[in-house]
Design a protein around this ligand. Structure first.
Ligand code: ZN
Length: 184
C-alpha cells in the first residue's frame, strides 16, 4: 500500500517534469529518487545516496551506472583510507538530461513513423482474430486461409483507419511538443 502510494507520487512528479519522465522511461521509476536527491549536490558517495533515499547500495549503484551509460551522471573513485576500498562520488550531469530527452523523443518518433508507414501501406488490409491472438496483413492471412493459427477462428477484416488517425495525431503531438533541455 505504502509502496503503491510512493510509486504514484513518483509518477506524478515524473509527469510534471519532462526530464524525470525521461529518467523513468530509460532507467526506471526507481531512479527518480536518486535524481531528486542528487539535484543541486556534488560528489556524493553511493553509500550516502543509498542511505538518504533508503535503498540498497547495490541497487543504487546499478541505477547510477545505468545513468552514467546515458551520460546523466559523472563520478570519480577514491580509495577510502580507513576502509581500504574504493568509493565512487557522483554528480548529476545537467546537459545530459536534455540530450537524453531529445534522443528519446527522436527514437519514439521514429518508431511511431515506422508503425504508421506499415499501417498506411497496408491500409484496409489487416485481418485480426476475434480472440485477438494474431493480427496479420492480407498476404499472410490469405496464406493460412484466414484461419487463426493459434485458435482456428476465422480471421476478420479490420479497418485500421482509426489506428492510422491515432498514430498521426500522436506524431503531431510529439513533433509540436517543445523540448526543454536542461529542465529537471
Ligand atoms: Zn485466435
Amino acid at each position: 500500500m505504502a509502496e503503491r502510494a510512493q510509486k504514484a507520487t513518483l509518477m506524478a512528479a515524473a509527469g510534471r517534469n519532462g526530464s524525470l519522465q525521461t529518467v523513468a522511461e530509460v532507467i526506471g521509476e526507481e531512479a527518480i529518487p536518486v535524481v531528486q536527491y542528487l539535484k543541486g549536490k556534488r560528489n556524493i558517495s553511493e553509500f550516502k545516496i543509498a542511505e538518504s533515499i533508503r535503498a540498497e547500495v547495490n541497487s543504487v549503484r546499478k541505477m547510477l551506472y545505468a545513468m552514467q551509460t546515458n551520460n546523466l551522471v559523472s563520478y570519480y573513485r577514491k580509495k577510502d583510507r580507513q576502509k581500504g576500498w574504493y568509493i565512487s562520488y557522483w554528480t548529476l550531469n545537467d546537459p545530459g538530461f536534455g540530450h537524453l530527452a531529445v534522443a528519446t523523443k527522436k527514437h519514439k518518433l521514429q518508431q511511431l513513423k515506422e508503425r504508421l508507414h506499415k499501417e498506411e501501406v497496408n491500409h484496409g488490409l489487416f485481418y485480426i482474430c476475434s480472440g485477438l491472438c494474431v493480427r496479420l496483413e492480407f498476404d499472410r492471412a490469405a496464406d493460412i486461409s484466414f484461419k487463426c493459427p493459434e485458435c482456428g477462428s476465422t480471421l476478420l477484416h479490420q479497418d485500421n483507419s482509426k489506428t492510422i488517425e491515432q498514430l498521426r495525431q500522436k506524431i503531431g503531438e510529439l513533433e509540436s511538443e517543445k523540448s526543454k533541455p536542461g529542465q529537471r
